[in-house]
Design a protein around this ligand. Structure first.
Ligand code: FRU
Length: 490
């Protein structure tokens, strides 16, 4: 269905109760509703926003167009949790209903200040000629969860030298000063980020553009994030306009990081190479927060813009990833599922076998929503791996090609297809005679952590209901396999 501009800008406040109920009922009939991922009740979810710990709870907001699976007028929707894995819907947080955000409450972040949670976001506004005028706004949430918007922007214009693609403030505090990094596009149509500072979250001063070694790396950098882990600075951003290169950059847009410390006084960022955060099909616009115990936690949007997804026909699109803990080890960013995910574990199964050029199933290893940890020790096999969500004709395949030194995730037979214009296999390098795959599978997704968080593949899959099989294989020789599996949910 083609959505007109008028339909995209229809607000949830302007539809009737009956229309709302009909939209929700359509979504409820979708076979691909997730069981433990944050997903919208209806409509389209995109970026995680305002991820923070405040008043004894984690708060995670997301970009939301309520009325259908398209990028219409965006709201902030609020979810909260005591343990990062059981999330409670808390309703709409920011409505795009003021002069400062009339065409969408776009992405932003949260920080505690004066006993309240300050949410800094981009108000997308458009004039009568449909020209965009982004504004950076503040909304403040009190201890009771009530959110009030400031009625005037804290940054009301784009500095000279940048286009109206200027958005997604990420705030942090260093000593007594607040900093905000904002995604931008230069007037020569290259991407970058700029830095602002503030003594009080109200008055903001433009410090300058962050100087990187990537002066021409795509045409827009969305959703920047900057933080340090034990003194090692990490800069995350989502560049648009990067061409595929070998096994890299095959999605429509990328998300990645560089390691390097930002000097907030000179805006210099000395950094290493750009690395993709995720090697799967569906990952974009991640955001991090610091947990009370000092862990750095990341959540991403399990989706990408401008792509068709099978749930579009059911009136909803996308979900968020499970939270991951970030660490820096041997000069690399490592991502592991947060330990709280163990709170979701149900019945445990264990099995092991020596696979000799064969494909095997293990008793009671099946399901549509589970966690699986599997280690292969290769003797002389060329490759080994796991097939999940299997029926007679569908399967999603995770392969370690030891001979070719690669891991592949193949969703070409996963069931209904997400947009195939960007291919149906994703790969990354791996080596050695042992490999560990840690999988989180839900009704319509796979998150695969390879070798204890060295690489992650995040992908939506849309299998038929009866795809409950799990199989283990070795090809061209022998591989010993040990597997542990836990049910998640019912
Ligand atoms: C990234 C993004 C952001 C913007 C938001 C709008 O997916 O384009 O740059 O703030 O989505 O929903």
């Amino acid at each position: 269905m083609q959505w007109t501009t008028e339909q995209r800008y229809t607000r949830i406040e302007d539809i009737t109760e009956q229309e709302l109920t009909a939209l929700k009922q359509k979504v409820d009939r979708s076979p691909w509703r997730q069981t433990y991922h944050i997903q919208p009740e209806m409509g389209l979810l995109n970026d995680p926003n305002g991820f923070s710990f405040f008043n004894g709870e984690y708060h995670l907001f997301y970009q939301w167009f309520p009325l259908g699976p398209v990028h219409g007028i965006k709201y902030w929707y609020h979810t909260k949790s005591k343990d990062l894995v059981h999330w409670e819907n808390a309703g709409i947080a920011i409505r795009p209903n003021d002069d400062i955000d009339s065409h969408g409450a776009y992405s932003g972040s949260g920080i505690e200040h004066n006993g309240q949670l300050y949410l800094m976001y981009t108000g997308n506004t458009r004039d009568e000629n449909w020209i965009r005028h982004p504004k950076q706004n503040i909304a403040v949430m009190d201890q009771h969860g009530s959110i009030q918007k400031r009625k005037t922007p804290v940054i009301d214009h784009v500095p000279d030298g940048y286009t109206d693609h200027f958005r997604d403030p990420k705030v942090w505090k260093e000593n007594d000063t607040f900093y905000a990094i904002i995604g931008a596009q230069r007037t020569d149509l290259t991407g970058c980020v700029v830095l602002y500072h503030s003594p009080d979250m109200e008055t903001w001063t433009f410090a300058g553009e962050v100087q990187t070694a990537l002066p021409e790396f795509g045409y827009m950098w969305e959703c920047p994030d900057y933080f340090d882990i034990n003194g090692q600075g990490i800069f995350i951003f989502s560049p648009q306009g990067i061409a595929p290169d070998g096994d890299h950059y095959h999605n429509i847009y990328q998300s990645g990081y560089v390691l390097g410390n930002l000097n907030v006084h000179t805006q210099q960022l000395q950094h290493g190479d750009f690395h993709e955060l995720d090697r799967g099909f569906d990952f974009y616009a991640p955001q991090t927060m610091e947990a009370p115990d000092g862990r750095r936690i990341l959540v991403g949007w399990m989706g990408l813009p401008e792509m068709a997804y099978p749930t579009d026909d059911h009136g909803w699109a996308h979900c968020l990833t499970i939270p991951r803990e970030l660490t820096v080890e041997n000069g690399r960013l490592i991502q592991r599922p947060v330990r709280e995910l163990q709170n979701l574990r149900g019945i445990k199964m264990e099995a092991s076998a020596l696979l000799e050029d064969e494909t095997k199933t293990f008793d009671s290893f099946s399901g549509t929503s589970f966690e699986l940890i599997c280690t292969f020790d290769l003797e002389d096999a060329d490759s080994c791996g796991i097939e999940i969500r299997v029926n007679d004709c569908e399967k999603t395949i995770v392969t370690y090609d030891a001979a070719g030194q690669k891991v592949h995730v193949d969703r070409s037979h996963s069931g209904a297809l997400a947009d195939t214009a960007y291919g149906s296999v994703r790969s990354c390098r791996a080596e050695g005679s042992q490999i560990t795959f840690h999988l989180f599978v839900d009704s319509s997704s796979l998150e695969l952590f390879v070798n204890d968080g060295l690489d992650v593949f995040t992908s939506r899959i849309f299998p038929s209901d009866d795809c409950t099989g799990i199989r283990f294989f070795a090809k061209g020789g022998r591989a010993a396999c040990r597997a542990e599996k836990w049910t998640i949910g019912g």
